[in-house]
Design a protein around this ligand. Structure first.
Ligand SMILES: O=C(O)CCC(=O)C(=O)O
Length: 312
């Protein structure tokens, strides 16, 4: 249904002419029926980012190459800040942001979020404009950018960056079909790297992120793709629960994983709360209609300066 809507949207708005009127450029609808692409601005961005990626990958460290190879083979690589030679300042910074809410109950969070979606969590790093926070420094760390450049063949841009707090008990809420708390792919792009970091650590009681490694995320088994699905459907699609990996670890644990290719979900907090830093680094190449790309996250003012930096 989603696919059909995406297909029909440009036609409802006046078809190809609308691209020309808006952007002075000619667009085209691709053969994959739910995807539309256009030339020009996207291609110019890609060319720029390919040049930056070539610069980056030429100087990539053995560590960056190991992580990129892990992503290529398994779709993920788990480690921690100190093994990666990354500054642990980001742990203290995230804890400072989480400090005012860390003891909150589910009811308190829901009251704070009243009237908005996803009532069971708070985003503690929204609309941050500065580029010199420890979070921004983690994103711009040379190995992080080099991993993405190697894996994408393009320099990445920051698509999303959030610090989520989920109080205990989200697993017991009735609306299991909502949000990221069910199995899904972030499949608007052919590849992406999500970098998750646990400032307090997390075990299964804290709602560990779950995913199926690349060899087990068999897209062919899930026929009504794309969309969210629950544990029951997971079994019906013939996916193997024994292959699920859970992202748990000590404070500073880090996960790189490609959520456009790995089925994943948050397993929902049980007796413990969870704080997770969720950074989404993406290639410009997108399956989204150009209208959405042009007005989308690449242009978000809050990441514009950082995204500019990543090309230099
Ligand atoms: O909360 C989680 O662990 C999962 C987050 C997620 O699904 C996503 O970032 O796409």
């Amino acid at each position: 249904m989603n696919g059909l809507k995406q297909l029909l949207r440009p036609f409802a708005q006046g078809g190809r002419n609308v691209y020309q009127r808006y952007f002075g450029e000619v667009g085209y609808i691709s053969r994959r029926f739910h995807y539309a692409k256009t030339a020009s601005r996207e291609q110019a961005e890609i060319a720029l980012r390919q040049r930056a990626a070539a610069r980056n990958s030429g100087r990539a460290s053995p560590l960056a190459r190991t992580i990129a190879a892990g992503l290529e083979r398994d779709g993920y690589f788990q480690s921690d800040l100190s093994s990666l030679g990354l500054s642990s300042e980001v742990v203290d910074y995230c804890r400072k942001l989480a400090d005012p809410v860390i003891g909150m109950s589910l009811e308190q969070v829901q009251a704070k979020r009243a009237g908005r979606g996803k009532t069971y969590w708070l985003d503690l790093y929204q609309d941050v404009a500065e580029t010199r926070t420890p979070i921004a420094e983690l994103i711009a760390a040379r190995d992080v950018i080099d991993v993405c450049s190697l894996y994408f063949g393009q320099a990445p841009f920051v698509h999303e960056c959030s610090l989520y707090f989920t109080p205990p008990g989200a697993a017991f809420l009735p609306h299991e079909m909502q949000g990221s708390q069910n199995w899904h792919l972030d499949n608007d792009r052919p590849r992406r790297v999500k970098l998750f970091m646990l400032p307090y650590g997390a075990d299964e009681e804290a709602g560990a992120t779950m995913f199926l490694p690349k060899p087990d995320s068999d897209l062919g088994k899930y026929r009504s793709f794309p969309g969210y699905f629950d544990d029951k459907q997971f079994a019906q699609f013939g996916l193997d629960p024994a292959k699920i990996v859970r992202f748990t670890g000590a404070p500073g644990a880090v996960l790189f994983f490609d959520t456009s290719r790995l089925f994943h979900c948050g397993s929902r907090t049980r007796s413990k709360s969870r704080v997770v830093l969720n950074i989404d680094l993406s290639p410009v190449t997108s399956y989204l209609p150009y209208v959405q790309l042009a007005h989308g996250p690449l242009r978000r003012p809050r990441f514009a300066a950082l995204n500019g930096d990543l090309l230099n």
